[in-house]
Design a protein around this ligand. Structure first.
Ligand code: NAD
Length: 349
């Protein structure tokens, strides 16, 4: 295993790792450990070029600093990327070699699942390092984070509705949901329980049929979700779906959902603002996922109580962001970033 330091301004530490024997190649980026050890998943993708992989690690690790700070967790921001196709290049030897790369940072970085990784992979990585979460078994194993993520998004939708429509009561309100996977399914369950009407879509017809049957949801074609008339749009599938093409089509008063990196560019936050659509910043709305993982990293024994407290605090942060955005007539995304900087500055003082 060969590790080399990559010098990057703004990041505390970035390492490149290579293991010829297993074919492992990639980066671990530690953006900040100001609030605690850097935590963020490992993503495996067939990146076209090394620079593309490095840039992804840098962007995602910075995002984790923001997400962890907004969720009021004693964790910093980090992320790892492995270059390769998870369906053909992954092997036990490669995962163990990655575990050694994580261990070499002596706890400054904690890894967990991200795209292309499974709980079984985390177990293989865990044979070489203690600094791994997202395990399926073990005393503090946190399991599938999506119900907690969906609960946090549901809270965000209620808070957004209160700011936009004057009431957090979702009875009779229409919510359009894009993506009915782990997060979207549970979100629909909560929304249906609160009396909301649902318009839903997914590229997987089975998921659509299941949610339509269980929650009396109205299905639409994937492309039709942007033009669907609703009170709130909840993106729960892929990133960059709020862009210069989709935003003019929206017929909603607010957007609040769980997908990561919903805004294609910062300008799209402005675009939503100019259209009078209140946007709940995704890295705050979906913080339930990392709160769930944090129970494993921090070895929390009163898990349910602790998670409930963190979700409440997350909701208060969302409330503060939206209130300030409305008062100052600015994009909530800009306010969310400013609030994270305030949290980091307070900690540094
Ligand atoms: P998932 O893979 O279980 O579900 C995603 C769903 O979106 C799938 O059913 C897929 O068919 C559908 N989809 C993909 N492209 C689509 C499109 N163009 N139109 C409509 N549907 C489409 O993933 P998930 O765990 O539910 O995560 C959803 C989003 O939330 C992702 O952006 C993820 O990064 C983010 N997120 C998830 C968690 C978590 O706890 N799982 C935590 C934080 C953030």
């Amino acid at each position: 295993m060969k590790t080399t330091t990559v010098d990057v301004p703004e990041h505390e530490q970035v390492i490149q790792f290579e293991d010829a024997a297993s074919g492992l190649s990639g980066f671990i980026a530690i953006h900040s450990t100001q609030l605690g050890p850097a935590a963020g998943g490992v993503r495996m993708r067939p990146y076209g070029h090394r620079t593309e992989a490095l840039n992804d690690a840098l962007r995602l690790s910075r995002g984790m600093t923001y997400k962890n700070a907004a969720a009021n967790l004693p964790l910093g921001g980090g992320k790892a990327v492995i270059i390769g196709d998870p369906s053909s290049d992954k092997s036990p030897a490669l995962l163990r070699a990655f575990g050694r790369a994580v261990e070499s940072l002596a706890g400054r970085y904690w890894t967990a699942e991200d795209m292309g990784m499974t709980p079984e992979d985390m177990a293989a990585i865990g044979t070489e390092t203690r600094f791994v979460a997202g395990l399926a078994d073990g005393e503090f194993a946190s399991g599938d984070p999506s119900p907690v993520t969906a609960r946090g998004i549901f809270n965000a939708i209620r808070t957004t509705a209160r700011h936009r429509f004057g009431t957090a009561d979702l009875a009779g309100k229409t919510v359009s949901v894009q993506g009915l996977g782990h997060v979207g399914y549970h979100l629909c369950r909560f929304l249906h329980g609160a009396g909301a009407k649902l318009i839903v879509t997914d590229i997987d017809a089975e998921q659509v049929a299941r949610v339509a049957a269980e929650f009396s949801a109205m299905p639409v074609a994937p492309d039709a979700i942007y033009g669907a008339e609703a009170d709130i749009f909840a993106p729960c599938a892929i990133g960059a779906i709020l862009n210069e093409t989709s935003i003019p089509l929206l017929k909603v008063g607010a957007v609040a959902g769980g997908a990561n990196n919903q805004l294609a560019t910062d300008a799209d936050g402005q675009r939503l603002h100019q259209r009078g659509i209140l946007y709940a910043p995704d890295f705050v709305a979906n913080g339930g996922g990392i709160i769930n993982v944090a129970t494993e990293i921090l070895r929390i024994s009163n898990r349910e109580e602790w998670v409930a407290g963190k979700l409440e605090a997350l909701d208060r942060t969302m409330d503060r962001i939206l209130a300030r955005a409305i008062t100052q007539s600015v994009s909530p995304n800009d306010v969310a970033e400013a609030i994270v900087h305030e949290i980091l500055q307070q900690e540094a003082a």
